[in-house]
Ligand binder design. Structure first.
Ligand code: 9D3
Length: 226
């Protein structure tokens, strides 16, 4: 999987992929991630302008279409031979869920476009964008953190990235339920014991307790998942 990220703030991504599962996935060649500054595709070499006032006189600025068109075209050229999906991160997009993550993970490459300001010229959305994605109903400052969430969630589904320990199979969202409570040592912590069944060694009872707890918690907190 190749992620080609278009942003006005490439440095925001520096720390995000430098550790843990994503770093390992990159180091082992399962995914590659590059960031590209939209400002490098500006018309004017002098001021590197990428924004302009909206027609209709609303407050705020929009990302101009020309630099975005050039940035997306350049990304497509970098991905020659691949069939990238152009994904625009926007609060007005489809709400990301694990089903969409699976859809994205089936592609060979993704061009992730991060918006800023009040948005982008609609002609870019109409002519260049394949999918619009939101990560939730709260206001962020731009599409960068949402793009990081997409890279993280999709990378976990690339075959070979996860070991058996943390496999996508045993993941709570794979079963469609929330996780049951979990405990590690010590057996008594601040006077509170680990549930008896978990130290019983009775494997079938443990599985049944875990399934029951998962159902209970899901019914209580996220009935929409059932
Ligand atoms: C102009 C009024 N705003 C509507 C509330 C528009 C707006 C545009 C861009 C508000 C925030 C942003 C910046 N956010 C994103 O680009 C974004 C986002 C988000 O804020 N929440 C959840 N998912 C996403 S994906 C991109």
């Amino acid at each position: 999987m190749i992620f080609d990220i278009l942003t006005l703030f490439p440095s925001m991504f520096e720390g995000a992929f430098a550790d843990s599962i994503i770093k390992k996935a990159v180091d082992n060649g399962f995914v590659s991630i590059s960031t590209h500054n939209i400002r490098d595709y500006s018309d004017d070499v002098r001021h590197k302008t990428v924004d302009d006032y909206p027609y209709g006189g609303d407050a705020g600025m929009l990302l101009k279409p020309e630099p975005l068109a050039r940035a997306i075209t350049a990304a497509r050229e970098r991905l020659a031979g691949k069939t990238p999906l152009v994904v625009f991160m926007t609060p007005a997009g489809r709400l990301l869920n694990q089903g969409i993550v699976k859809e994205l993970a089936a592609r060979d490459s993704l061009i992730l476009l991060c918006g800023r300001y009040k948005g982008i010229d609609q002609r870019i959305t109409d002519q260049y964008v394949d999918m619009e994605l939101s990560i939730g109903d709260y206001v962020l400052s731009g599409g960068e953190i949402p793009a990081m969430a997409v890279v993280d969630a999709v990378t976990r589904l690339v075959p070979g990235v996860l070991g058996n320990m943390d496999s996508a199979e045993t993941d709570s969202f794979h079963s469609g339920l929330l996780s049951h409570p979990q405990y590690t040592r010590p057996e008594v912590f601040e006077g509170v014991s680990v549930p008896e069944v978990l130290i019983s060694g009775h494997h079938a009872n443990i599985k049944e307790w875990q399934r029951q707890k998962s159902l209970e918690i899901t019914k209580e907190r996220r009935p929409d998942l059932l």
